[in-house]
Ligand binder design. Structure first.
Ligand SMILES: Nc1ncnc2c1ncn2[C@@H]1O[C@H](COP(=O)(O)OP(=O)(O)OP(=O)(O)O)[C@@H](O)[C@H]1O
Ligand SMILES: [Mg+2]
Length: 328
């Protein structure tokens, strides 16, 4: 879907992006992560030609974007810019309808689409449609930015720190809502973040950049358990244990967990794709006074059929077994 080959951007003698290559598959969520100034925004802006590369190519759906009209190209790519960038003198509705107006949609279609999108991002159209950006909180502005990027239903969406302006609690909530948005499930997305948890929660694959160069591309599991170099290892070192629990899912430990007989007792239930971190947090919340030996959980498959019951202790032991295998 998106193919980036030997892309470089130099400002004078300084290479902000230095010969990077990667591909993003159709429907994939690809994360660019790294410390401030490493070249994330510059990379993203080369995908919709807001920045022209010094060398290298970007191909979308088989066609080199250099051969396309830049304005036309940008209408087909949703873009959530860092620091939101709403037009201050436009209302919410006007901000969201910029692209549809350029595309000359009729007024009724625009109005309907705005209603639909504002509802989608959790802003009641009646209440918010006619407000100006200065009448919104940071999180609400961010939602308008997201609505604007999605309005023309583009197959590709680029998001630069889309949750950057939010406090950690709101951030977590919006991220969870975002992840489940039906209209985003099939989109090809490149998301920039410097938040490790966000990267691992949203990304199918994660690309860690330092000094304009790619340090590693892989699944969250690859980056944690098979770091390509010392930089990758140290980048994730401060939250290592939590990240290990986050990247491993219940389906990863199914075979090595000591199982109990499946009962009809009312116990906490989980899905195969729930992370171990989520499982332990939820078990702790459900029965904070129970020991790990006493607390029992059930795992169900996609169709809702119970496939395993185990104690929290059993899951923790399985985690340590798997971890020692993966680290070999
Ligand atoms: N127009 C420009 N002229 C000169 N240098 C630039 C220009 N734009 C960006 N840079 C430099 O290129 C480097 C990469 O910038 P970029 O905005 O891509 O970083 P980033 O990874 O997005 O950082 P952040 O997390 O802070 O947003 C930085 O060192 C920046 O100072
Ligand atoms: Mg940036």
């Amino acid at each position: 879907m998106i193919e980036i080959k030997n892309l470089t951007k130099a400002f004078g003698n300084f290479k902000a992006v230095d010969n990077i290559s990667f591909t993003v598959g159709k429907g994939e969520t690809f994360i660019l992560i790294g410390t401030s100034g490493c070249g994330k925004t510059t990379t993203l802006k080369m995908i919709n030609r807001l920045i022209e590369p010094t060398s290298g190519t970007v191909t979308i759906n088989g066609s080199n974007i250099q051969n396309e009209d830049a304005v036309n190209l940008r209408r087909k790519i949703g873009y959530v810019i860092q620091y939101i960038g709403l037009f201050p003198h436009y209302t919410v509705a006007q901000n969201v309808s910029i692209v549809p107006k350029l595309l000359k949609w009729d007024t009724r279609k625009i109005k309907e689409k705005i209603e639909e999108l504002l509802n989608l991002v959790g802003l009641s159209p009646k209440e918010f449609r006619n407000r100006f950006p200065h009448e919104l909180s940071g999180g609400q502005k961010q939602r308008v930015g997201l609505a604007r990027a999605l309005v023309a239903d583009p197959p590709v969406v680029l998001l630069d720190e889309p949750f950057g302006a939010l406090d950690p609690i709101t951030r977590g909530q919006i991220r969870a809502e975002f992840k489940n948005l039906e209209s985003l499930l099939k989109k090809t997305m490149v998301i920039v973040t410097h938040d490790i948890y966000e990267a691992f929660e949203l990304g199918d694959r994660v690309c860690l950049i330092d000094g304009g160069k790619i340090q590693q591309i892989g699944t969250p599991k690859d980056l944690i358990f098979s770091p390509a170099n010392g930089f990758v290892e140290s980048f994730f070192s401060s939250h290592r244990f939590q990240l290990e629990l986050q990247v491993l899912k219940l389906k990863d430990i199914l075979d090595i967990t000591q199982k109990r007989e499946i009962t009809i007792k009312k116990v906490k239930e989980f899905g195969l794709n729930d992370s171990l971190l989520y499982v332990f947090e939820e078990m702790e919340k459900a029965a904070p006074t129970e020991t790990m030996k006493e607390s029992i959980l059930r795992v169900k498959d996609e169709s809702g059929k119970p496939i395993m019951e185990a104690t929290t202790e059993g899951v923790m032991s399985a985690f340590y077994i798997l971890k020692s295998r993966l680290q070999k």
